[in-house]
Write a protein that binds this ligand. Structure first.
Ligand code: G3P
Length: 219
């Protein structure tokens, strides 16, 4: 990923589950983008179909610290890779991972070349996960997730601190921010504050016209 990353998390929104995941992904795939790398994170139950039926860059919403073998209800890196998945969100505030497992998953992803986006809700959590040297750290203060006040508007100074903290502890790790991001202004502010992209949740799946909405955001 050489350009700023815009990663759209489908979560389990009713506009993006089951057959709707591929429908939404196909709308997003039509968006012309030059200035940004675009990726989506469909649900784990729809990820294979979306990865194999679109040309989008696909991330999973979670990955587990296991190899293929006798594991039940787990998500192995190898299977995601076999679908053509390029990366994974880890430790999202809606899917936390104990630090000891998170450290192991990040290392396993590095070994298998799966891009890692590790989420952190606070500066102190950033300080802990930066020591695992993931590809990206996504700073997402919980109180702004799902709302229409973007973190770039409400807490710009904390985003600057997050970027400084990551760059000090893990210079090669890129910083994303997320929570309430819903306009090209929010995206522009995020980049001005020193991040290298954003994580978006509800704004795209819940847009009346997701393709038009995203095209306007990525101008
Ligand atoms: O993973 C990104 C997500 O947590 C942000 O959610 O709805 O505030 O864009 P939202």
């Amino acid at each position: 990923m050489t350009k700023p990353l815009v990663l759209i998390n489908f979560k389990t929104y009713k506009e993006a589950y089951g057959d709707k995941a591929l429908e939404l992904a196909r709308k997003i795939a039509k968006v012309k983008k030059t200035k940004y790398d675009l990726a989506i994170a469909p649900s784990l139950l729809t990820i294979k179909e979306v990865a194999q039926k679109t040309n989008l860059t696909i991330f999973s919403q979670h990955t587990d610290h296991i190899n293929l073998g006798a594991n039940t209800g787990r998500i192995p890196i190898d299977e995601l890779k076999s679908f053509g998945v390029k990366g994974t969100i880890l430790n999202h505030s809606e899917r936390k991972i104990p630090l000891k497992f998170l450290k192991e998953i990040v290392q396993r992803c590095k070994n298998k070349k799966l891009i890692t986006v590790v989420c952190a809700s606070t500066i102190s959590e950033i300080k802990k996960v930066a020591l695992f040297h993931p590809n990206y750290i996504a700073y997402e203060p919980k109180e702004f997730i799902g709302g229409n006040i973007s973190v770039t508007e409400a807490k710009p100074e904390i985003i600057v601190r997050a970027v400084e903290t990551v760059k000090y502890l893990s210079p090669k790790t890129k910083v994303l921010c997320g929570a309430g991001i819903h306009s090209k202004e929010d995206l522009g502010h995020a980049l001005l504050l020193g991040t290298e992209g954003v994580l978006i949740g509800h704004a795209v799946p819940k847009a009346k016209d997701p393709k038009k909405f995203l095209e306007e955001m990525l101008i």
